[in-house]
Ligand binder design. Structure first.
Ligand code: TGC
Ligand code: FAD
Length: 390
């Protein structure tokens, strides 16, 4: 772990500018000091280290792509991706905390919020004074969010919100929730629900085998009075949350590369040190095949993420292009975690090494922000022009 410098077989660093490399180095250092030494313990205990929220704020992990006028980093999407890569090299659950805050809470407030909402919430979210969450999924509507039943009524001087969301990252500790709900006409809107509002609760989801260092929960709304000024005025319809997902899924495409790098790095080191049949296992062709294939897939994933980042910065990336990268890179990372685990033999199942944790985390990553098959179907739609969902 101490010697880890990243994986760059194709000189992809040549495609990065000095500022991007500097930010990556600072987040890499942060992960090495603040996450890697503790993550196995947090994950084994199912503990979300709440103090990391402030620390993420200090290192600039919250909303790096949001303009600095609102407390964000004012950086490009490549830098944002590099930050997600480094954090997820530490742990996917830690990356979840950061990507939900930046892409799913700060982004909608920045993109669709009023000036008052931006001033009120964005600087506090950027600094980590506030933690946010994003409520789209419901118990009966996961892949098909347009079927949501959470709804609000116009009561004249406020809205009355009822319903429930499930599987919400950060929910148990969140100060605010960006919640997607239907109005009386069935149109989807975003509402900012604040902790302490009567009738709003966030029960924690227990018993997860995955993302154990991330707090997951429900959002329950029972006649919650939401002030009218908490409705996001800038955009309505399913397209609004989908735009947030574009940004978060992009971050995952980079994050998965980080998890894969960590597994590959551990497997390479172990293979060189572990002696069987009087030789390092790295000398056996079957082990070399695994390592060579890991490096090949990581390199392809890096190039995909980088090119997608260029398209994000140019504003030309399509949802289907984002799906392709999220889908490819998460599956790639999951396969590498499994192969790397094999290289470690029995030791690979323990918390001495990171692969088992990454592998279990990646089972969530391949499911959230659109399942692996939903991304395939988004691509199928783009290829054929025929949506299979209808
Ligand atoms: P469809 O008919 O395709 O679209 C409905 C309306 O939305 C518009 N739209 C978009 N607009 C802007 N950007 C996008 N990316 C858009 N995608 C869709 C579309 O134009 C249309 O607008 P309009 O005006 O015509 O109404 O929608 P559909 O109901 O057929 O569903 C499509 C589908 C299945 C692809 C989509 O709903 C989907 O992606 N489902 C997966 C759900 C999902 O990803 N949930 C994620 C929840 S959040 C989460 O998991 C966070 S985990 C975070 C962590 O811990 O890191
Ligand atoms: P379902 O939609 O019920 O899918 C079940 C299976 O059916 C899947 O394999 C799926 O691919 C398949 N399927 C569904 N429809 C089709 C179809 N048309 N064709 C073929 N196959 C299909 N959500 C949030 O809103 N905010 C969060 O912060 C958040 N954090 C999460 C954290 C964790 C740890 C997890 C596990 C989930 C989180 N989610 C969050 C929810 C996540 O986005 C959903 O789990 C995901 O979108 C899938 O929905 P579902 O679980 O209801 O599965």
């Amino acid at each position: 772990q101490d010697l880890f410098e990243g994986v760059d077989f194709y000189g992809i660093d040549d495609l990065l500018n000095e500022e991007q490399k500097l930010v990556r180095a600072s987040v890499r250092d942060f992960v090495k000091k603040e996450i890697s030494p503790y993550i196995e313990d947090w994950a084994q205990r199912g503990h979300f280290p709440y103090e990391i929220v402030r620390k993420f704020g200090e290192v600039g992990a919250f909303g790096p792509q949001i303009p600095s006028a609102y407390g964000g980093g004012g950086m490009d999407y490549i830098t944002y991706g590099l930050i997600m890569q480094e954090i997820e090299r530490g742990d996917s659950g830690m990356r979840s905390t950061a990507s939900v805050q930046g892409s799913l809470v700060m982004y909608p407030i920045y993109k669709f919020g009023s000036e008052e909402q931006k001033q009120k919430f964005l600087p506090k979210l950027a600094s980590g004074e506030f933690l946010g969450c994003f409520g789209l999924t419901e118990p009966d509507h996961g892949s098909n969010p347009s079927g949501m039943t959470t709804h609000f009524k116009d009561m004249g001087d406020h809205y009355l919100l009822n319903g429930a969301k499930m599987w919400i990252s950060n929910a148990p500790k969140a100060d605010i929730a960006v919640v997607w709900a239907k109005n009386e006409e069935g149109r989807i809107h975003g509402l900012i629900v604040e902790r302490g509002m009567e009738g709003f609760s966030t029960p924690e989801t227990h018993g997860k085998w995955s993302l154990r260092a991330s707090a997951t929960g429900e959002l329950v709304f029972q006649d919650v009075k939401v002030p009218k000024e908490n409705l996001l005025p800038g955009k309505s319809g399913l397209g609004a949350p989908m735009m947030c997902l574009d940004s978060a899924r992009y971050g995952i495409a980079w994050g998965a590369v980080g998890a894969a790098m960590d597994c590959y790095d551990s497997a390479r080191r172990y293979a060189l040190e572990r002696i069987q049949f009087d030789k390092p296992i790295a000398s056996f062709q079957l082990i070399q095949k695994k390592l060579a294939e890991m490096l090949t897939e990581i390199t392809k994933g890096q190039l995909l993420a980088w090119k997608l980042g260029m398209m994000m910065d140019a504003g030309t990336a399509t949802t289907a292009q984002i799906s392709l990268a999220k889908r490819n890179n998460v599956e790639m990372a999951l396969n590498i975690a499994r192969e790397a685990r094999q290289i470690h033999g029995g030791m690979g199942i323990t918390g001495e090494f990171p692969m088992m944790r990454h592998m279990m985390n990646l089972e969530s990553v391949i499911t959230y922000e659109g399942t692996h098959d939903i991304h395939l179907l988004i691509l199928g739609h783009a290829i054929t022009g025929i949506p299979s969902f209808k």
